[in-house]
Design a protein around this ligand. Sequence first.
Ligand code: RI2
Length: 302
Amino acid sequence: MKDVVSKTARDIKSMKVRGALDIAVAAAEALRNSVALGKTPKDLAKDGAKLKYARPTAVSLPNAVNYVLEVVEENKNLAKSDFKKKNLEQIDSFISEQKNSIARIAEIGSRLIEKNDTILTHCQSDTVEGIFIKAWKDGVKFDVVCTETRPRHQGYLTAKILKKNKVPVTLIIDSAVNHMLKKLEVDKVFVGADAVLANGDVINKIGTSQVAVCANSMEIELIVATQSIKFSPESVYGKVIEIEDRGSKEITSELKGVRILNPAFDVTPAHHISKIITEHGIIPPAAAYQMLRHFKYKIENE
Ligand code: RI2
């Protein structure tokens, strides 16, 4: 029988499945499959552990796994058939809630895009793209500038998807950001997130913090679009989120004997962020802690 959990963990690790929301949904779907197979709470916990840290930075992944395992724990005393039925219902509604969050954030975020805006984005975020595509479909005329996003060039995906949806898009190399913000008179920067900390700092694709410094120096606002599932409960207790190092091969195999570091993410401090758009509305970064207290990604160790 196909081991869906191990395959999903592998696909997440290799970035065949990527994007902070997509990896969380893929993990929840893999666990849903385990529930459908009739696995016991003990085996489901083992499956959860395989998936949880397939990538170490995006907290949406452990948050999604923890959510499913809490559902299982809640229902564990039910009769066998009810246990499966109830779990599947709750997991399905969680998965659709996560998928629907893109449209909800698009609805809210698209209101921030004004006629003739030039907007820069970094990397590829389904959440940010949802905002752009919605605004464009609503008839707002604006331009997008996207970075290549070395080393994996996720910016090419952004360019392709925007082009397919007829949103005007210009690709630049990462090191052209400072120059182009000024030259193209960029009005706003929109980025996604892999993790939001209790103090409002945001972890996103490597280079985001540099884009933020440049944007701030020109008083261009930096807006983050993220689902609440990416808020880190552990950050309340001072847990430091590991920044994934993806190894040298993604950068080059040519420079033998040279030390190469390839951090996949960096931290943009809250004071460089003007707004965070979530499916529950727009918040200032300073409200990240309240979000964590208010919504269901419970603060562990309480
Ligand atoms: P959505 C990506 O990580 C990027 O850092 C992007 O900004 C973030 O996930 C959020 O993506 P990677 O998987 O959930 O490319 O908005 O390392 O799609």
